[in-house]
Design a protein around this ligand. Structure first.
Ligand code: SF4
Length: 215
């Protein structure tokens, strides 16, 4: 199977079986999504979803968050990973959005990555989820699943994975392909023991074909 055929198989499979993939983070607007994605670094979406309602109740807008103090915000996120840094990042992000972006969450990767706590992955998530821009956010699931299937070859960094995926995925499918790969990694192609027995991608998967060869 050529790389082109492998991509075609995988995209067709997801298109047919998972037509409505979307983020599992709960949010109502770009501000809430940005807060949730910043909090989700090294943390499960489930835990973030348990944490955010109290934050959004106390700080319903980016402006209200920009006035928060560390001591006020910290207790609301102390149960998730890296609460110190994330508290500082959230307040810093809100202040910068107020000062430099007129209170509007930026809509480009270039602007988003200037905000505290926002790296390329987070900026790609925001622009693809909110604006359907063809930006591929590569997290641990996307990185692992793409390598196992053989969508990427010898990629050693998220950026290499991102660029290899973008080469083959049609622009209009990039934003949903991100969710397909994440959900597949979260529930089927899990890190320790991928559930190949129940995976519809077997015909196109390099890892699976290697397993068969070695059996
Ligand atoms: S066949 Fe196995 S390794 Fe390949 S994508 Fe499916 S679960 Fe992952």
């Amino acid at each position: 199977m050529t790389k082109k055929e492998r991509f075609a198989f995988v995209l067709k499979y997801f298109e047919t079986h998972v037509p409505n993939a979307e983020t599992e983070l709960i949010y109502d607007n770009p501000y809430q999504l940005l807060v949730a994605v910043i909090l989700s670094a090294q943390c499960t979406d489930k835990r973030v979803n348990l944490t955010t309602p109290a934050i959004f109740e106390k700080y319903p807008t980016v402006e209200t968050l920009s006035h928060a103090t560390f001591d006020e915000l910290f207790p609301l996120i102390r149960s998730i990973s890296y609460p110190n840094n994330k508290t500082k990042h959230l307040i810093g992000m809100a202040q910068k959005v107020m000062e430099e972006f007129n209170g509007e969450i930026p809509a480009t990767v270039k602007e988003l990555i200037t905000l505290p706590g926002v790296g390329r992955k987070t900026a790609n998530v925001i622009t693809s989820v909110v604006h359907q821009q063809p930006n591929m956010a590569v997290d641990t699931h996307v990185f692992r699943v793409s390598a196992r299937i053989g969508l990427t070859t010898n990629a050693t960094t998220p950026l290499q994975t991102e660029l290899q995926l973008l080469k083959y995925i049609p622009e209009e499918q990039v934003h949903i392909a991100h969710h397909w790969l994440i959900l597949h990694g979260r529930y089927i192609c899990v890190a320790r023991s991928p559930k190949c027995g129940e995976c519809g991608l077997r015909p196109a998967c390099k890892y699976y074909h290697q397993l068969i060869k070695e059996a």
